[in-house]
Write a protein that binds this ligand. Structure first.
Ligand SMILES: [Zn+2]
Ligand SMILES: [Zn+2]
Length: 491
């Protein structure tokens, strides 16, 4: 009554008063008294405040006044008369604006003068969810919403996200085929037809139906929502692109139930499969693991690959060195070719001995080469494959350092790098990987495609002990090896 009294005097203070009267509702819905970017408010285009009105309420008012809650776009039904609100004049079709310039009575359209209370308001609403009928600021969050939230804003944010996401014509089309109740079909058809309008700009009738859809989907939370979204094949990704952050109650359900990712084998599954295979003394290969798990993809397998990769044994490396030696002998006629081959042989020897990658070996300095010479001299007296390897490597490196490298050196371009190209610059390992893989293949090494990864991998004994703890124990061992590596000792 105070408001209507004020209205007699002037439009403007009344308008201000009314906007203040919304503070409670906007705080409840957005968390801030003034609201957020006009969210949940009928957009007026800056001409004042836009309202939906209840014709029946106006007809009964002794002194007519427009309720502040009528400015909220979620209010589509009059709680007293259970009729849809009107948002345009039936006479001229213009919006119902309350501006400071208004002179006409609040019972009349200020454009055409038609009596607003005359409107028959044909749409009677029989039943409406409680959360839609109670003034937002009066709503005790726990009792009224379908989910438990600590602040009603979280509920309204979720409603906002649902309206935003499901209002996408593409998704409305999907929902049309998801077997929703018949009374929701018209609104879905409307949204599917597009174009997409922000919720606040929709007509009262449309907003009413959209909220009905949200109400239906959120009842019996989250069972109905999950089954509907699944039937419509609407995924979590759609919610990730909503206009506002998705509140937890909604996001957790989307994340858990709507993520339609292809099934992926986990690292644990792969590890236990590998353990099973090795217990049964079967070769632990990627193919064997895939067959055991009955899968075709291998992301987790790839992640486990460093563990799975066996290391080239000394015996296998001996086979490689004999192929290399043969190559060196047959290349003796072409001097340049032989020099390059000898340099690459030394790079491979350094990488194999130090358990480093070919690229890392290519970056070694002359001092590293001299240190290696010393190590190989020491190891040359060892029996077995290790000693034989050391003797071969030693011979190559002596030859390289004494002859080839000096030949590649240029006085105007002094280099510290151990391995030089014939132009006197560091090789950077160009072509080395393919040469090594080719050597492995010709030496009859299985899994030769792994190339220099066979040099850097953990020892095979470690690979066989693959189990659930494989990763951590392996990385510790690996660290120990790195510490012990001769190269690291020198630095
Ligand atoms: Zn009413
Ligand atoms: Zn009018």
């Amino acid at each position: 009554m105070l408001l209507s009294g004020l209205e007699q005097l002037s439009g403007l203070p009344l308008e201000l008063l009314r906007s203040h009267a919304l503070d409670g509702a906007l705080t409840a819905m957005t968390g801030t008294p003034g609201g957020t970017a006009g969210r949940w408010l009928m957009p007026s285009g800056g001409q004042g405040c836009r309202y939906s009105i209840c014709a029946a309420c106006l007809a009964e008012d002794g002194r007519p006044y427009w309720r502040s809650a009528w400015r909220l776009t979620v209010n589509t039904v009059c709680a007293v008369h259970m009729r849809l609100l009107i948002d345009t004049c039936r006479g001229c079709g213009r919006e119902l604006i309350l501006s400071g310039l208004r002179t006409a009575s609040l019972k009349l359209c200020e454009h055409c003068g038609r009596a607003l209370y005359d409107d028959p308001g044909p749409v009677r609403v029989r039943r409406i969810a409680k959360w839609r009928l109670v003034d937002p600021q009066d709503a005790p969050p726990r009792s009224i919403f379908s989910v438990r939230v600590v602040h009603s804003k979280l509920w309204w944010d979720g409603v906002r996200v649902l309206l935003n996401v499901l209002g996408r014509p593409r998704l409305a089309v999907k929902l049309q085929r998801a077997g929703l109740p018949r009374e929701l079909i018209p609104v879905l058809a409307c949204m599917a037809r597009g174009p997409r309008l922000p919720f606040d700009r929709q007509s009262t009738a449309m907003r009413h139906q959209m909220l009905e859809l949200v109400d239906w989907l959120t009842r019996d939370w989250p069972v109905r929502f999950i089954s509907s979204m699944s039937a419509a094949r609407i995924t979590c990704g759609e919610y990730a692109t909503a206009e506002i952050p998705v509140p937890y109650w909604l996001w957790s359900v989307c994340k858990e139930h709507l993520e339609r990712k292809r099934y992926r084998t986990t690292l644990a599954e792969v590890s236990s499969a590998a353990a099973l295979l090795s217990e049964a003394h079967c070769p632990v290969s990627k193919i064997a693991i895939k067959r055991l798990l009955g899968v075709t993809e291998g992301k987790a397998l790839d992640a486990l690959l460093p563990v799975m990769t066996r290391r080239l044994s000394d015996t296998e490396m001996l086979a490689v060195t004999s192929v290399l030696s043969a190559d060196l002998e047959s290349a003796s006629t072409a001097r340049e070719q032989r020099a390059s081959l000898l340099r690459d042989a030394c790079s491979i020897a350094a990488a194999a001995w130090l358990r480093i990658s070919l690229k890392a070996a290519s970056g070694l300095a002359v001092e590293d080469g001299l240190a290696l010479l010393q190590e190989w001299r020491d190891a040359a007296c060892i029996d077995g494959a290790r000693g034989r390897l050391a003797r071969t490597y030693l011979a190559w490196m002596e030859l390289y350092l004494r002859g080839t490298r000096t030949r590649f050196e240029r006085y105007d371009l002094p280099q510290r790098a151990l391995f030089l190209s014939r132009f006197g610059v560091p090789t950077q390992g160009f072509g080395l990987a393919s040469r090594f893989a080719d050597l492995l293949r010709r030496s009859g090494v299985s899994e030769w495609q792994l190339g220099s990864r066979l040099l850097t991998a953990a020892p095979s004994e470690e690979t066989l002990r693959v189990d659930h703890h494989a990763r951590s124990s392996w990385s510790e061992d690996h660290l120990m090896q790195c510490k012990d590596a001769p190269l690291h000792r020198q630095r």
